[in-house]
Each structure stands twice: as structure tokens, then as C-alpha cells.
Design a protein around this ligand. Structure first.
Ligand code: UDP
Length: 239
């Protein structure tokens, strides 16, 4: 099973990949490496929307587990995603790639608000559109934000670049016999609670027929390989 022709893609990066080999925060050298991958993908003629998580800085669930109010903690998580978006914007622009950041929580000193038609224009002009602050509401994750933006920007696929090379039938970090799927259906992911994205993100992609491609962004050149249909990945779509 292969992907349809991709002209416009939404690339979702987990916040943790911005840490590089650190335990926390942002490693500018690693962000620069990621930016090179995005630039190379863009030079193949793709239109690119980017969503970056915030887990390298703060996750609402972790705050709530330590007694914080969940919504308050989630707003902190959303602000973390804006920091990551600005770091990626900086890295891309240092490579000469034009970008715009649009945040679902308005902060007009640092970026634009999310305006779909304006984002369309950015893509037409060859800019990378970076969407920050998820859906702008607590009790969601940036996976849901990525699915939402992929749907409204009519992306041909949602690429989830993370630290594992696909979707497994059990956690490969704990089970050495875990088996990676080449393709798997949305319904199987939801029924078996496979760790791809949260359920609302998977359902939104299923309802809008957006394939989800899960791959490791940690190896150099992997984004280009995946886009060329050559990489190690799992594609989530209807069979
Ligand atoms: N978040 C939220 N609403 C959203 C997107 C994110 O409340 O629409 C918060 C939530 O607390 C989440 C944190 O922002 O834990 C960071 O995002 P996420 O965990 O999705 O980052 P990732 O795991 O991709 O690094």
C-alpha cells in the first residue's frame, strides 16, 4: 500500500525530537539539523505545514499528575509549543527558508493568529506555515492540532516524525518481539489503542481520509526517504 501523490503535507514533530540528546528543552544544533530536513523536503516542490509539540518543555498531563489544575497546565503546554515553533522558525530562516508562525493562542508581538486563508497565501508564496498552540484549547494535544490543521489546509498526508520508526503491535521499548506494521487501518489503531496519536486525532484523519505516516525523524535523510516512499514507516489509512 503506497501513499497518494503528495503535494501538500503536514509534518508533525514531537517536541522531544528538539531536545536532541538532552533530557529537556531545545538543542539549537539539533533543531538546525531538523530544519535542513524540512528545507530539503521543501526543495522537492512540496508545500509544507509544520506542527511541533511541546513535550520537551511541558506537558499538561505531567503537571496535573503533580497536583496542578489540568487546564492551567495544558495552557502552559500550549505556550511551550509556541517556543518550539519560534525555535524552528529561527532555524529555517537561517537556512533561507521563509516561514510564518500562526498561533491558536493570539500573541501578536511574536506571531500571527491562525487564519486559514492567510496560511494558504503563505504556502502559495513558498513559505512554510508553522502552526503553534495546538487547537488552542486544553484537554487536547498537538496531535489533534496537527490533524485539525491537516484537514483545514487540505493536506494530502500527515507525517508524524517521532523517535520510533513506525507503529508496533506493542511497545518496542519494552517488548523486543514487538512487530512493526507497514500499514494499518485507522479502525485497528483505535480498537487496539495502538500508540500512534491520540484517538481524536486518528478519528479526524479517518473522517477526512488523511493518511498518517509515522516515521523516525532522528535518522538523517529519513524525511526525504519517507516522502520518496523508500523509508521505514507505518502508513495508517483505510485498506
Ligand atoms: N496542549 C493543549 N491543547 C492543544 C495542544 C497542546 O492543551 O491543543 C498542551 C497539552 O498540555 C500538551 C502540551 O500542550 O501536553 C504539549 O503538547 P504535546 O504533549 O502534544 O507535545 P508532544 O508530545 O507532541 O511533544
Amino acid at each position: 500500500m503506497s501513499l497518494p501523490t503528495i503535494k501538500r503535507v503536514l509534518l508533525k514533530l514531537s517536541g522531544e525530537v528538539l531536545m536532541g540528546n538532552q533530557q529537556f528543552g531545545i538543542d539549537p544544533e539539533f533543531v538546525a539539523e531538523l530544519a535542513k530536513e524540512v528545507k530539503a523536503a521543501k526543495e522537492t516542490g512540496l508545500e509544507i505545514c509544520l506542527v511541533i509539540g511541546g513535550g520537551n518543555i511541558f506537558r499538561g498531563m505531567a503537571g496535573a499528575a503533580k497536583g496542578m489544575d489540568r487546564a492551567q497546565a495544558d495552557y502552559m503546554g500550549m505556550l511551550a509549543t509556541v517556543m518550539n515553533a519560534l525555535a524552528m522558525q529561527n532555524a529555517l530562516e537561517q537556512l533561507g527558508v521563509q516561514t510564518r508562525v500562526q498561533s491558536a493562542i493570539e500573541m501578536d508581538k511574536v506571531c500571527e493568529p491562525v487564519i486559514r486563508r492567510r496560511a494558504e497565501r503563505h504556502l502559495e508564496k513558498g513559505r512554510v506555515a508553522i502552526f503553534a498552540a495546538g487547537v488552542g484549547a486544553p484537554y487536547f494535544t498537538t496531535d489533534s492540532g496537527a490533524a485539525l490543521r491537516a484537514a483545514e489546509m487540505k493536506c494530502d498526508a500527515l507525517l508524524k516524525g517521532t523517535s520510533v520508526d513506525g507503529v508496533y503491535d506493542s511497545d518496542p521499548k519494552h517488548n523486543p518481539d514487538a512487530v512493526r506494521f507497514d500499514t494499518v487501518t485507522y479502525d485497528r489503531v483505535l480498537a487496539d489503542n495502538l500508540k500512534v496519536m491520540d484517538a481524536s486525532a486518528v478519528a479526524l484523519c479517518r473522517d477526512n481520509k488523511i493518511p498518517i505516516v509515522v516515521f523516525s525523524i532522528r535518522e538523517k535523510g529519513n524525511l526525504a526517504r519517507v516522502l520518496a516512499g523508500e523509508g521505514v514507516q507505518t502508513i495508517v489509512q483505510d485498506l
